[in-house]
Design a protein around this ligand. Structure first.
Ligand code: HEM
Length: 210
């Protein structure tokens, strides 16, 4: 049973990996400014923002979380051993939580909140206090967990040096990806509709700063 689950988990990981690689690559364009990020996001949206692919993508996200949790449970029952085993379990659990929360938030921001999930959507959570105190670690931990989870998979598939290098690069890469959205590289002026959206978000009313 676990063997079959692992096999499907691996196949879905490869498919989702293509989306995630494009997704994070588009975010790296934020280093070139908001217009550069917007152009990159529009380009990658051509691949998934359509009625045929997007439902498949969201189904793959949900399926991967279920498969991952099943594998984690069976690993937990049979006893986790070694640093890489523990790291795989911890990074996978963080990733599972993030995938559901983040994909769910993106879809509900569009469908229920009525806003475009462009640069300003993650930026709002990374520049406005008190949201940024929670969302900075949330995004950095998620991207780190993703890279560490890939490193663990490489380790268990016989790679020697690569997993260590990838695991060591995880935190710096994550900070690099998140940084431009936070206003640390160039000033980020949130448009009014995003300010209103985040002011209503989590019921924090007029407490948002700056
Ligand atoms: C572990 C890393 C990440 C994964 C696995 C991931 C995954 C996803 C998924 C599955 C979606 C939903 C796609 C859809 O709209 O149907 C999404 C949307 C989005 N994510 Fe991420 N994400 C990650 C990191 C980030 C980071 C670091 C940021 C920015 C700080 C970010 C910003 C966005 C934005 C702006 C959207 C909306 C995209 C659009 O409107 O086309 N994501 N992400």
């Amino acid at each position: 049973m676990a063997g079959r689950t692992r096999q499907i988990h691996r196949i879905v990981a490869i498919a989702l990996g293509v989306f995630i690689a494009l997704h994070l690559a588009s975010h790296a364009f934020a280093w070139g400014g908001i217009a550069a990020h917007s152009a990159a996001l529009q380009a990658v949206r051509l691949a998934y923002r359509n009625p045929a692919i997007e439902p498949l993508l969201l189904t793959a996200v949900a399926l991967q979380v279920v498969l991952g949790l099943r594998l984690a449970l069976s690993r937990w029952r049979s006893g986790v051993s070694g640093g890489w085993g523990r790291l795989q379990l911890a990074s996978g659990s963080i990733l599972a939580f993030f995938l559901l929360a983040h994909a769910g938030a993106a879809v509900s921001a569009r469908w229920l909140g009525g806003i475009d999930t462009n640069f300003y959507w993650p930026a709002g959570t990374l520049v406005l206090a008190p949201l940024k105190y929670g969302f900075w670690p949330y995004y950095v931990l998620a991207v780190s967990a993703l890279l560490i989870h890939v490193a663990c998979a490489l380790h268990f598939n016989g790679f020697a040096r690569m997993p260590r290098l990838l695991a060591m690069a995880a935190l710096p890469v994550a900070i690099t990806i998140v940084l431009p959205f936070s206003g640390a590289i160039f000033p980020v002026e949130l448009p009014d509709d995003y300010r209103t959206y985040f002011a209503n978000y989590a019921d924090i009313g007029g407490e948002l700063e700056p």
